[in-house]
Design a protein around this ligand. Sequence first.
Ligand SMILES: Nc1ncnc2c1ncn2[C@@H]1O[C@H](COP(=O)(O)OP(=O)(O)O)[C@@H](O)[C@H]1O
Ligand SMILES: [Mg+2]
Length: 242
Amino acid sequence: MIKVDNLTIAFGSKRVLDRVSFHMNEGDKLAIIGPSGEGKSVLLQCILGLLKPDSGSVEVDGVDIINASEDELDVLRKKMGILFQGSALFDFMNVYENVSFPLVSHSDFNESEIKTKVEKTLNLVGLKGASNKMPDELSGGMQKRVALARAIVRNPKFMFYDEPTSGLDPVRSKAINQLIGKLNNDFNLTSVTVTHDMLSLDKVANKVLFLLKSKIAFYGKVSDIRNNKMLISFINGDADID
Ligand SMILES: Nc1ncnc2c1ncn2[C@@H]1O[C@H](COP(=O)(O)OP(=O)(O)O)[C@@H](O)[C@H]1O
Ligand SMILES: [Mg+2]
């Protein structure tokens, strides 16, 4: 469960989020959409405890993110997979080393368990046999798959994706969105995806949150978008929302 209540944050005199509130149930898959610079990544970072809001509260899996101790956050972060904007792979590590990194760095598993998990995860994202490749030998789409594998290898309960298809062409974007949808469903994840791929919303999400002028302009089911004229205009790219 994720509960965001009255979240407010400003940078200098610029208020980015203004009393943003929404609740997600276990298994919900939320897409956050909106024009660029509206605070979508800031909202995600507040949920992850990477940014402290000026006021309001965030609860993830029963943990009060803002007031939690480092130990509590550590426990919670093991249940969270994060795919940041850009793939952020370690360019000096091969695919295997990149994907095994979250397992090795937490040392809960022995070497053969790690090998099994990494190989299974690489299969899952369509990267069988790519273990020894270096990131710069891979296409942008394959790099995203490595980053996805690294995010999901610890079997998280929650996944957070920030613009997972940025920099990809439409065909590769569609494939990545399909893969995200499959991972979300197969592992019954509770997920939050910041995205600008309006045509793939239903692949990655069942709910959508539209952030506009630092407030929530729409929060509801993806299937209800068709009843919302403002959202339809935004999706069609002809909204006069500035
Ligand atoms: N750490 C920060 N310090 C100062 N300003 C920031 C910081 N992070 C984001 N901002 C500003 O907050 C606004 C929202 O940013 P962001 O959440 O990244 O937008 P987007 O919706 O495109 O993800 C932008 O004006 C950005 O410049
Ligand atoms: Mg962003």
